[in-house]
Write a protein that binds this ligand. Structure first.
Ligand SMILES: Nc1nc2c(c(=O)[nH]1)N1CN2[C@@H]2O[C@H](COP(=O)(O)OP(=O)(O)OC[C@H]3O[C@@H]1[C@H](O)[C@@H]3O)[C@@H](O)[C@H]2O
Length: 260
C-alpha cells in the first residue's frame, strides 16, 4: 500500500507556521524566534534526498531543537490511543498542552511526506504505507518529536490511556509513550498523573491498580517520579457524556446533578 503525499506541503507547512505565530496558543505557549522559511528548510533537510524508508530519528534533531518551545509547568499531557479525547481534555492548550499544541506537533500533524534520492528530493505524490518501512520517515519524526517534547516537560505530567480495549493494554512499553516519552522525562518532572478513560456503558477492561497499570506504576516509580491514577475523572465523564448524553452512565451524572 501507500499514502498520498500532502499537496503543496511547503506552503501548508509555512502557512501553518505563520498562522501559529500570530493566532495560536498565545496565552499558553511562547513564540519561537526562528522564521518559518528557516524552519521549513530544517524540516525538509531532515528527510529530503533520502530514500523514503531510511530517515534516522537524529536527522530531525536540528529542526526539533530550532522549533522547540518551553512547556508550561504541570500542564504537559501525553496520551496513547485516545487522540481525540486527550485533545478535548487538554482543551487545546488551556487545561493541558499536548504535542500537537506545540509548534513542532502542530506543523506536522496529519500531513504526509517522504524523501527520494532524485530531484526534487521528496516524493511529490506518494509515500510508503506505515508498515512498509522499518523506520518510515514520519514514524521517526514522531519518535524524535515525542522525545524532545518529553525532555522539556516540568512538574506534574499527565497521561491519558484507554482502559476499554480488550486487544490492547492501556499501557504498553512499546508504545510511543513507553519508548520515547517516559524514558525521556527529566529530573524536572515530579509526578506522573494517569487518567484511565473508559468507553461509556462498556465493560472496563483495565482500571487503575490492575493489569498494565501496575507495570506503569512500577516503571514510573523506577524512574523516581511519584504516581497517581484515576479512572474517568468527572471532567472526562462530562466530555464523554457530551457526545453520548443518553448513555446509562450519563443519566447517573445528570441525576447526581439533580441531587437524586
Ligand atoms: N499526530 C501525532 N501522532 C503521534 C503523536 C502525536 O503527538 N501526534 N505521538 C505518537 N504519534 C503517532 O501515534 C501513533 C501511536 O499512537 P498510540 O499507539 O495511540 O499511542 P502512542 O503512545 O504509541 O503514541 C502517542 C504518544 O506519542 C506522541 C504523543 O505525544 C503521545 O503522547 C504512531 O503512529 C505515532 O506515529
Amino acid at each position: 500500500g501507500h499514502r498520498g503525499t500532502t499537496e503543496n506541503i511547503k506552503e501548508v507547512f509555512e502557512g501553518r507556521c505563520w498562522d501559529y505565530d500570530v493566532t495560536r496558543y498565545l496565552p499558553d505557549l511562547p513564540r519561537v524566534d526562528t522564521g518559518c522559511e528557516t524552519l521549513w528548510k530544517l524540516f525538509f533537510k531532515a528527510f529530503s534526498y533520502q530514500p523514503p524508508c531510511a530517515v534516522a530519528l537524529e536527522n530531525y534533531q536540528p529542526y526539533l531543537e530550532e522549533a522547540a518551545q518551553a512547556l508550561p509547568k504541570d500542564k504537559v499531557l501525553f496520551w496513547s490511543s485516545v487522540f481525540s479525547l486527550a485533545h478535548q481534555y487538554g482543551d487545546y492548550g488551556q487545561r493541558y498542552v499536548t504535542l500537537e499544541d506545540t509548534l513542532v506537533g502542530y506543523l506536522a500533524n496529519s500531513i504526509t511526506w517522504c524523501g527520494q534520492s532524485i530531484e526534487p528530493g521528496y516524493n511529490v505524490t506518494r509515500c510508503p504505507a506505515w508498515d512498509d518501512c522499518p523506520l518510515e520517515a514520519a514514524e521517526s519524526f514522531w519518535a524524535g518529536a515525542s522525545k524532545t517534547f518529553a525532555q522539556r516537560a516540568k512538574g506534574e505530567v499527565s497521561l491519558m490511556l484507554d482502559g476499554s480495549n480488550p486487544e490492547k493494554p492501556a499501557y504498553r512499553r512499546n508504545s510511543f509513550f513507553g519508548k520515547f516519552e517516559l524514558p525521556n522525562l527529566t529530573k524536572d518532572v515530579t509526578r506522573v498523573s494517569v487518567i484511565v478513560s473508559h468507553v461509556l456503558d462498556k465493560p472496563k477492561v483495565e482500571v487503575c491498580g490492575e493489569g498494565s497499570l501496575l507495570l506503569l506504576e512500577a516503571d514510573v516509580k523506577e524512574r523516581g517520579f511519584s504516581y497517581v491514577c484515576k479512572d474517568d475523572p468527572l471532567v472526562v465523564l462530562h466530555l464523554l457524556c457530551a457526545s453520548d448524553p443518553n448513555s446509562r452512565e450519563c443519566q447517573l451524572v445528570v441525576n447526581h446533578a439533580r441531587g437524586q
